[in-house]
Design a protein around this ligand. Sequence first.
Ligand code: SAJ
Length: 426
Amino acid sequence: AKLAIIGLGYVGLPVAAMFAEKGFDVLGMEIREDRVHTINSGKSPIEGDEPGLEELLKKVVGGKKLHATSNYEDLRNRDIILIDVETPVDETHTPRYAALKSACNSLSTVLKPGALVIIESTIAPGTMKGTVLPLLEKNGLKSGRDFLLGNCPERVMPGKLLANLRQMSRVCGGDSPDTSAIMMALYRNIVEADLDAADWATAELVKTVENAYRDVQIAFANEVALICEQAGADVMKVRELVNKSPFRQMHIPGAGVGGHCIPKDPWLLAYGVAGSEVPLRLIPAARAINDQMPHHMVRLLEKALAGQSKKLNECKVLVLGYAYLENSDDTRNSPSAALIGGLDALGAEVVIHDPYVNEYKGDVFEKAAGCDAVVAMVRHDEYVKINLDRLKSTLKTPVLIDGRRVFDAKSARQSGFDYWSVGLGR
Ligand code: SAJ
């Protein structure tokens, strides 16, 4: 079968390469011409380290199994078209479907009868029926009769794209059980894990719910952390003992929730059920709790500095970590960005370090020189190993606010730090 993948980003490109590796004739559709050029020279335009992707691309592009284009006309004879374009939400938490609509619009002009179209992007419940279907049927073709239409949400994490695609189960939401069966046969070529048939609504809900679940779990841990601060307990000890109770899996509290999917998908879920009689309260509240955590870090810092008779607007603060996740260079929706915005607004001078983010690389001790406080936002391995005595000696004021339990309270205090952490009562 002749495949096309629309959107060669961190999902579309690995998917295209994996189907090409299995012998499919794959055409990648990408509007960014520079990426088309990079891919057609067998290279990956994806930032960050993706084990195996570069070699796989060289092989399948070299083997003429994968080719990229930016011309929709080239898609005319394709039997199976997967759509992997971005589906962000804006600052009002409303989905921005411009890319999805444009892809469906363009595809509808070249869609051939008998084709199978599958949306892999994460979309709000109701989007298949309300947005995708009308656009694909606009030239008279009818889903279920002239072409088949499905939703198979992607489940990948940066840094493990190829492994995830092989090992994570997927939901095949077809416009009919027959279409789901055809989707499962297709994905069986690249997925070793479960493939489950479902309808569109179920597929849309599974993806957004699984990430809303994680967001709510993290928010619960964060709220317990705030309780522990007041109660004079250590939330990590409380969590450890709570999780000894059967069926408890309390998540890890911290300095906030970043990334490309957890902060976004709960809003897609909420959007999908907006206007229904179900008033969502828990899911938006969890978002608010998690988005507040960077500001809680500022509050801990202000408290610590007050104890040193310092005010934030006279201080220089070193922020350790700008990525949203440990040992990653991905900065999307980074809680550090929210923290830094807060510190700027309060007049602090901010220095940022992150060994994975180019503009913030450098010697951490040089950056710490003369600072009045260090705020640890990401648990990069490099930070766990920092020599605390040396760090303390470079600082003007030995305040250490730890958002990810990078350091051990006892040893930090032995090194002379005034050490505070999320969820650590005093
Ligand atoms: N975080 C916490 N406490 C936790 C877990 C995470 O504060 O207990 C924070 C992280 O610091 C980060 C954010 O939440 O800022 C997101 O972390 P994440 O571990 O969920 O990483 P992501 O964003 O890569 O999430 C992806 C998701 N996978 C897919 O969308 C396919 C998510 O569903 C997975 O659970 C997660 O990877 C994972 O566990 O690997």
